[in-house]
Design a protein around this ligand. Structure first.
Ligand code: DQA
Length: 139
């Protein structure tokens, strides 16, 4: 089984960025833990701060026959029709993850252009949300 994790803007700053909201662990460190926990899964990871690159990453993961995509589009979640359209247009199921509980934050974060097209949404469980997404895949 192959899973692609796609992280959007500013998520490269995890560990340094607003640690009270996003925690103090870098994603690279967390990824090692994830790979260790799910040894039988091929886990790949891309991060971009650029909207179009996230669209391309979704298309590429679909073209490369990934079984599932875990997507945290960061702030583009709340603004990007293009990323929402990409999720709607590909056949690989996408799980939307947010580290923070977006519903308990500013109102502009209550809107997602992705959720409608996602297999499901996990929000508010910190980095553990990525693990929860993996568990939903019956791994
Ligand atoms: C986020 C929530 C978004 O609102 C925010 O812009 C992010 C991170 C999260 O993981 O909690 O960059 O997607």
């Amino acid at each position: 089984m192959k899973v692609m994790i796609i992280n959007g803007p500013n998520l490269n700053l995890l560990g340094k960025r607003e640690p009270d909201v996003y925690g103090s662990q870098s994603f690279e460190d967390y990824l090692e833990h994830l790979k260790d926990r799910f040894k039988d899964v091929e886990i790949h990871y891309v991060q971009s701060n650029v909207e179009g690159e996230l669209v391309n990453a979704l298309h590429n993961a679909d073209d490369d026959s990934y079984d599932n995509i875990i997507l945290n589009a960061g702030a583009y979640t709340h603004t990007s029709i293009a990323i929402g359209d990409a999720v709607a247009g590909i056949s690989a199921p996408v799980i939307e993850v947010h580290i923070s509980n977006v519903m308990d934050r500013e109102e502009f974060r209550h809107v997602s252009y992705i959720s409608k097209h996602a297999a499901g949404v996990i929000s508010g469980f910190g980095l553990k949300g990525y693990e929860l997404a993996m568990i939903t895949l019956n791994i």
